[in-house]
Ligand binder design. Structure first.
Ligand SMILES: [Zn+2]
Length: 372
């Protein structure tokens, strides 16, 4: 049919200008683990026109629902939280020591600009670090390596009192300042594409369903879960609440083409070469095969991977929730995970959206997922 052809020929433009505007804002809005509400509010506002109803849970997981009265429930899911730091100790000289809130990378910290989210609003600060001159002045001394216990923030205050006067308190969260930017050849960079690109992609799936007037034979729960980075906790909570029959999870995975990464260990995955689903015990084999068949029909290239034991993503929370929920993980390749320059390729974003979208259109409550 002509429309199908048109979609295919225009497959580069699945995403609109407005989509990218939302992505930019979303990435530029800090959403630290346990304090995700600013990002969640923005996400809910964006997705509301595309769903029939929405709700949130006590810890801030946000869910948009299409066909809320349907008995059979399918989830598409991403995690909303981003890694960050906690203010842990303030010295008499006004310097601030931190504790990790998620797997934030200490190696990239020196000289980075940060935002401290205090009681009186956002306060700018920097990770101070001894100058090369003073570091090198004693040739006997080894170069210090950045670690949580020698990294400190300088916000301009010179006493503890001055720090506190800015609204900074023990437990205030700290995020890096860098936001969304674009590079040549359709690459995007930013802080916390892990995994707000997932929140973006599931929202775009909802938008496409609405825009193309598609009716699904099941309830679709578009879930943006909190607290993944500290142990898949938000997904654990919401999986129990929704009790889905099927869950499709999306997150980021490592591009393995850059130096100092072993393909022998991490597999062979490249940005720009398509979504990357994984094999693993939590991943339901029949559901995975179903996704692979959809990809083949729609000419979406896949880069398969494997995981030992757990996937390390919300897939585990959904799979092992309740009485067992057939779950699949469709990841998107990303370079430099947990740094401020996480890098993605636009084509992968589009193809991951398309793969989830077409999988949903092909699924029915009757799809046979029985193992035996
Ligand atoms: Zn992560």
């Amino acid at each position: 049919m002509a429309t199908a052809k048109k979609t295919k020929a225009k497959s580069k433009s699945v995403l609109t200008e407005k989509s990218y505007e939302f992505l930019r804002n979303y990435i530029n809005t800090p959403s630290p683990v346990g304090f995700e509400s600013s990002g969640q509010k923005l996400w809910l506002e964006y997705i509301k026109p595309f769903v029939d109803t929405h709700f949130t849970d006590p810890y801030g997981t946000a869910v948009g629902v299409i066909n809320p009265t349907a008995a059979f429930k399918v989830v598409i899911e991403a995690h909303a939280d981003e890694i960050s730091w906690f203010v842990n100790y303030i010295t008499d000289q006004g310097l601030i020591y931190l504790k990790r809130n998620g797997g934030v990378d200490h190696q990239i910290a020196p000289a980075k600009r940060v935002l401290i989210h205090g009681k009186k609003g956002t306060v700018k600060a920097v990770f101070g670090w001894p100058a090369i001159h003073t570091r090198m002045s004693n040739p006997e001394q080894k170069e210090p390596a950045p670690k949580t216990d020698n990294l400190f923030l300088d916000c301009g205050a010179r006493t503890k009192k001055e720090v506190e006067a800015l609204g900074i308190h023990i437990g205030a969260v700290v995020t890096y300042e860098e936001g969304f930017d674009e590079l040549a050849y359709d690459y995007l960079i930013g802080r916390a594409f892990d995994n707000r690109i997932g929140g973006f992609m599931i929202a775009e799936v909802a938008r496409l369903l609405k825009q193309n007037n598609k009716k699904l034979p099941f309830g679709l729960y578009v879930v943006n879960a909190v607290q993944e980075e500290i142990g898949l906790r938000g997904a654990e909570m919401i999986a129990r609440r929704i009790k889905p029959d099927i869950a499709i999870i999306t997150d980021v995975t490592h591009d393995t083409q850059t130096p100092m990464i072993s393909k022998i260990i991490e597999g062979d995955v490249a940005c720009g070469k398509g979504p990357s689903p994984t094999y693993g015990p939590a991943v339901h084999n029949k559901l995975l095969q179903f996704v692979q068949d959809v990809a083949e029909k729609k000419n979406i290239p896949l880069q398969m991977r494997t995981v030992s034991r757990s996937t390390g993503t919300d897939t585990d929370s959904f799979a092992y929730a309740n009485d067992g929920c057939p779950s699949v993980l469709i990841s998107i390749p990303l370079r430099y995970m947990h740094t401020t320059v996480e890098m993605l390729h636009k084509k992968d974003i589009e193809q991951t959206i398309e793969l989830m979208y077409h999988t949903l259109l092909a699924l029915t409550p009757k799809t046979n997922l029985s193992y035996l």
